[in-house]
Ligand binder design. Sequence first.
Ligand code: NAP
Length: 320
Amino acid sequence: MAFAILAQQPAWALALAAVGLIVATRAAVLLALWFYAAFLRPGKPLRARYGAWAVVTGATDGIGRAIALELAAAGLGVVLVGRNPDKLAKVAAEVRARRPGAETRTFVIDFAADGLAENVAALAESVRDLDVGVLVNNAGLCYPYARYFHEVDEKLARDLIALNVEQVTRLTHALMPGMVRRKRGAVVNIGSGAATILPSDPLYTVYAATKAYVDQFSRSLYVEYKNMGIDVQCQAPMYVATKMASIRNATLLAPSPETYARASVRYIGYEPRCTPHWAHGVVWYLFSIVPEPLVDRYLLGMSLFIREKGRAKDARKKAL
Ligand SMILES: NC(=O)c1ccc[n+]([C@@H]2O[C@H](COP(=O)([O-])OP(=O)(O)OC[C@H]3O[C@@H](n4cnc5c(N)ncnc54)[C@H](OP(=O)(O)O)[C@@H]3O)[C@@H](O)[C@H]2O)c1
């Protein structure tokens, strides 16, 4: 019966229906795969698969601190890297409280200070005796608030490149040979939706451009090292409620660092380019179907609003 009805249809209608069926099936499969990855897929057994230790940069606050706690809970020893010794000691104590017996080390380094090459070499030397299986390049810097490119001063531009580009490259370069030797490892680079998800990030241009470097750096390393047992990944979060984002209270679209970290650690070793928190995945999809000029206009408006608020706050501080 159904075949008889189909046989009566003109060829163009059948062709159109076939294309529609293929498109709908593809969308349904992608949705099912995303749902599985976002909510059901178990994390990899990190210690057994990659090694006993994780190195986490920017581990004293926000996303890095939460990821370090999560990795320790998953059974890894953690090397906490940050610029503030007191905050590092506090996070180390939190790690041990979360998992008694967890091994921790701390390393003090200011990635924006002069002598980055020597400082990173010293960090790499300090972990040479460890089976470092997971490297989380998380430390990063953003603008204090939105501003035009010509308003970005020399120091801010320099620090953005030092933190978001140079130290990520140097530390990965320093720890990769050990992973190659052991034939296993995971490198997790925290990029940003500003580069991977959004078509533009006006008034945050240098920040977004540094994160575009992280995206392509990770994607190419993923291909280079996959056959050597090393999984390189760029995670591109949208907003997370941290001091960098100036968001105090978590919301659906700006999860707490702890919520983000649970998703983040569960994604390690899977897709080379991803946004682990499910709500950010929905935002990624929505931005992908809206025409870019509309998104650009919306983002510019939002950044101009943030710039005005930031300038007003600066003016109030100066007046005191
Ligand atoms: N939060 C978001 O909405 C968001 C969105 C997309 C991407 N990201 C990315 O996620 C990563 C973490 O951001 P976050 O939101 O967790 O930021 P955060 O709360 O400000 O934490 C940043 C971490 O990096 C450390 N750090 C900053 N400057 C440093 C320096 N010069 N030397 C050494 N360590 C330094 C900080 O140390 P102190 O504790 O001493 O300050 C802190 O541990 C960054 O790469 C960021 O670009 C964040």
